[in-house]
Design a protein around this ligand. Sequence first.
Ligand code: 4AD
Length: 461
Amino acid sequence: IVLKEDPSLPPAVRIKLNNKSVELGEEGKKGTRVKVYGRILNFRAQKSATFIDLKDGYGVLQCVIPAGDLTKTYDALTFAQETALVLYGELKKVPPTQKAPDNRELHVDYYKVLGSAPSDLEAISNKVSRQQDPWDAQMLDNRHLVLRGENASAVMKLREAVEMAFVDTYREMEFRKVSPPAMVQTQVEGGSTLFKYDYYGEEAYLTQSSQLYLETVMQSLGNVWCLEKSFRAEKSLTRRHLSEYTHIEAEMDFIEFDDLLEHLEEIISRVVDKVLENPVSAEYIKLLNPGFQKPSRPFMRMKYADAIEWLNKQDPPILNEEGNLHAFGDDIAEAAERRMTDIINRPIFLTHFPVEIKAFYMKKDPNDLRVTESVDVLMPGVGEIVGGSMRMDDYDELIEAYKKNGIGHEPYYWYTDQRKYGSSPHGGYGLGLERFLAWMANRHTVRETCLYPRFMGRCKP
Ligand code: 4AD
């Protein structure tokens, strides 16, 4: 059977599946004849008709192909998940006894298959919809197909909404967006996680953070921010470490530590508000994390020294990585940090980390020179999503800090110069977008909140 479009029918209007402004047919009233492109989400061949749920990345539409010539073609007999096709027909209201997305359905009078699909996808997509193990190698190899699933694609749509919410919020706050380089010759967060490569015969790195560059442009651009990739050669496999991640960073001029904390609370709250206020992105949250609640303000503030005490006071105490009680100066490792965050179960600003365990550029607390004016923002389920601090603004002190950290200061001349030409009290932070999303969308790992995760042992697809 070869199908032909009936020339006596009205011409079809092309619509996307989220278009709700089209006339629906009902008793005594004709609906608009439309043409829709998409792929089969799922289908059921019944006696009276074949029902297709069509998806196009914008919405889902139920399409009804009445039994007859239309369902007897080779194409119809080989429909499969992901078959790409264009369908023509009248859009009608769904009878009150039945259910379909947006309460409407397409009564198909003609269609053409544009790209067939084998029927082996079911196995993969079933796995996806049950949200199977994101660590599974087969799932990761098939990431390109996994992304076609409802959950994985909802996470990506939410991610876009969150990025746009940051863009809007920074604009409202009069922060200027810049684009620092990814190919650099300086480190920011320690040599052990640098990706090195050969740059025309010179040693160069993939950037760990755009912070140093941001610090050099606020003098002329005011408060600045960026949304760029950062790279870390993390040598362990954890729920929250990627080799390539999306880093939202900002730098603010002429501020004090408290201003930094206030700002962080404000931006996180506003971004969450925007995502929840938009009915489209609110739907993704409802699908992915129905229990999500906007964090109440003010966020809890806790000094590192008090956190050490808190960990030791638990019954049983939460121990450090060596299995001992925590002592001042210990790194609070990922496991301990997450236990603490989960028990407290609200956002925490963990502040004033010891000088020894933090990066070379952090400013010391003038009231306690053992510690820095630094902050990590911890979220339930994930732990640290933001790291920030005030920056050392004294020239001599910075030169001393390079030395203490075994860093040659020459390659940093452009960074150091900032302390020479009108230095200022300033500070900023970096927020891991994948971690922020793991928190908002309640995902087990950051591997689910980026398009194609990169981590030790995986650089494909
Ligand atoms: O705490 P970090 O290392 O801070 C910096 O890079 C600062 N220079 C940022 C700044 O002040 N402009 O990283 C900041 C955030 C972390 O809190 C975390 O959310 C994320 O970046 N992050 C990672 N996310 C995924 N995979 C990794 N390997 C990450 N490393 C850091």
